[in-house]
Write a protein that binds this ligand. Structure first.
Ligand code: HC0
Ligand code: SF4
Length: 586
């Protein structure tokens, strides 16, 4: 530990800590723009490019960037002198000199970190008005890049390269032309971008944002000729409340359902219901593959990989084209929902599917892209899910519609595509999909009722973890317990998959989610401003919803049982395969 003084207060900090970190331990917040550190994730952006965090260090002629200057014994730092404040204001004015001035029409208006600092430092005029760089807008199915607004903080670059290992974004060009972009300044759509949206989640300004579908939705809701139904992803209900002053992790499901009805949706359904349906297919496929493998079938691949995260699917299609027969062929809950709503439910209700609009509310930006994938549309081009709206977009719509969210009475979901078990809701956090599958697979393999459905060995926030579950009857045949791998974050997925490809690790099943923490940390959730604690609280919120449910195993969902009895026969039947399974493309 080293001893230093910051703003007249003595403090001890670990050797190698930065001034920003040491000041934080004293409760002193030094403003930063490029700097961002997320504990628990291993994310640290410290390129020191913006210089907003400058401070005075005794004995040093120039001001020092606090985010990149390590502390030392006897250091004396001043974070709030007139010289420091003037310099920060000048830095902001320089940043604004090459920044569009359309804040009122910017997607980040009200949430922009540059705007906040300009206000905090009393910037009232742009003293250095001059040439502004202009770039064409890059529009993809999920993400829009408005690169005129890029301040070269490089948070997105660190996220894409270090945490997600996608290598899509990096600094190109020099000087005034410098910008963060894909190689050869291609559009995202032409790259190996997974649309995970994690670059959007850390962008401090409006340079990266979601492809907004709210106006399309408003138009559909106002059209009496259309029946508009909605499904809501597991992770939305524990994060939406943050936009209305609730603590992260608070379950606002009842108010959310009421708000969706007030917005004009004809039916409010739940993706948790189709998460239960996904388990019926995925657990069956798992048992089928293990059984065939044990019988010596060399064509059968293990481990089986979960396939419900669309960014993960796109990642393995780009990076593991030799392993496309490994993931489960089960569609994601979003897509299973759409397929059942349009091809089964609409028929039962006598609705022409051309008049039915299926909307999803997702914590994820890649879900927008997933909904638009060609294989998820019928031969006439009618998609199973028409479009997807992020948690943030839903919050905006609720505010636009002047709905007093906090004052709403709680309401219940519609059926038959709504009620869910505890297994369906934990899909939204890391480890949840495989825990849900294990609950069902265990009971189906053993024929016994589980004493406890809480497979706590599968839980936690470690980025890559391998756990063993004992399944009586199967252990003996396998010669080991059932081994499960879990990874969240695409870099962690790559780490685990590379070990499996090389034979260094052997597991029977793997769950992968592209975002840290799982969907609760998705790129469409309310901004977490680098606080991973927010994501941990959302995950805990989902666990507690599961614990409060009477039914906690997907195969016990009465509406799912009815769906098989009336329409699908049994899991993996010909009909189930037709409607609920998909394929992957290199
Ligand atoms: Fe997820 Fe899902 S759990 S990917 O994170 O499987 O987005 O919340 O909706 O589809 O259910 C996201 C969340 C979902 C799907 C589910 C899965
Ligand atoms: Fe990289 Fe994900 Fe952003 Fe694509 S969406 S550029 S993969 S961080």
């Amino acid at each position: 530990m080293v001893k230093l003084i910051i703003d007249g207060k003595a403090v001890e900090a670990p050797k190698g800590a930065t001034i920003v970190a040491a000041a934080k331990s004293l409760g002193i917040t030094i403003p930063t723009l490029c700097h961002l550190q997320m504990g628990g994730v291993g994310y640290k952006n410290d390129c020191a490019s913006c210089r907003v965090c400058v401070v005075e260090v005794e004995g040093r002629r120039n001001l020092a960037p606090a985010c990149a200057t390590p502390v030392y014994d006897g250091m004396v730092v001043t974070t709030n002198s007139m010289k420091v404040m003037q310099k920060r204001k000048t830095v902001l004015e320089l940043l604004l000199s090459d920044h569009p001035k359309d804040c009122l029409a910017c997607s980040k208006n009200g949430e922009c970190e540059l705007q906040d600092l300009a206000m905090q430092f009393g910037v009232r005029e742009i003293r250095f008005a001059g040439k502004e760089s202009t770039y064409r807008q890059d529009v993809s199915p999920s993400i829009i890049r408005d690169i005129d607004k890029c301040i070269m903080c490089r948070r997105c670059e660190t996220m894409c390269n270090v945490i997600q290992t996608c290598g899509v974004l990096s600094g190109v060009n020099r000087g005034f032309e410098a910008v963060v972009a894909p190689a050869f300044e291609q559009d995202l759509e032409d790259t190996a971008c997974t649309y995970c949206g994690q670059c959007v989640a850390v962008c401090p300004v409006g340079a990266l944002h979601e492809a907004d579908h709210t106006w399309r939705l408003v138009k559909d809701l106002a059209n009496p000729a259309k029946k508009v139904v909605v499904q809501v992803a597991p992770a939305v209900r524990v994060a939406l409340g943050e936009e209305f002053g609730f603590e992260p992790g608070t379950n606002v499901e009842g108010k959310m359902i009421a708000a969706l009805r007030k917005l004009g949706f004809d039916m409010v359904f739940d993706t948790n219901w189709s998460a239960d349906l996904t388990i019926m297919e995925e657990a069956s496929e798992l048992i089928d593959r293990v059984t065939k493998k044990l019988a010596g079938d060399e064509d059968v691949k293990l481990p089986i990989l979960t396939s419900c995260c669309p960014a993960w699917v796109k990642f393995f299609e780009h990076n593991y084209p030799d392993m496309l027969d490994v993931p489960s062929t089960a569609k994601s809950p979003q897509q299973m929902f759409g397929a059942i709503a349009k091809n089964v439910w609409a028929k039962e209700e006598g609705i022409d599917k051309k008049d039915l609009i299926v909307v999803s509310i997702m914590p994820c930006l890649a879900k927008k892209y997933e909904a638009s994938r060609e294989e998820f549309a019928d031969k006439d081009g009618n998609p199973d899910v028409d479009y997807s709206i992020s948690t943030r977009e839903l919050a905006k719509l609720i505010k636009q519609a002047n709905i007093n969210f906090n004052g709403l009475d709680e309401e219940e979901v519609d059926n038959p595509l709504g009620s869910y078990t505890g297994a369906g809701v934990i899909f939204g956090r890391t480890g949840g999909v495989i825990e849900a599958a294990t609950r069902t697979a265990y009971e189906w393999i053993t024929g016994d009722t589980l004493e406890s459905v809480d497979f706590t060995v599968l839980r936690g926030m470690e980025s890559v973890r391998v756990a063993e579950v004992s399944i009586p009857g199967l252990d003996e045949k396998l010669g080991s317990k059932f081994r499960i791998g879990i990874a969240h974050g695409l870099g962690s997925a790559r780490e685990l998959l590379d070990k499996i490809r090389s034979g260094e690790e052997t597991v029977h099943a793997i769950e992968i989610m592209a975002c840290k923490g799982g969907c609760v940390g998705g790129g469409g959730q309310p901004y977490h401003h680098g606080d991973f604690g927010v994501i941990v609280k959302r995950a805990a919120g989902l666990t507690s919803i599961d614990e409060g449910k009477e039914l906690r195993k997907s195969h016990e969902n009465p509406y799912i049982k009815e769906l098989y009895e009336k329409h699908l026969g049994k899991p993996m039947s010909h009909k189930a395969h037709d409607i609920l399974h998909t394929e992957y493309f290199p």
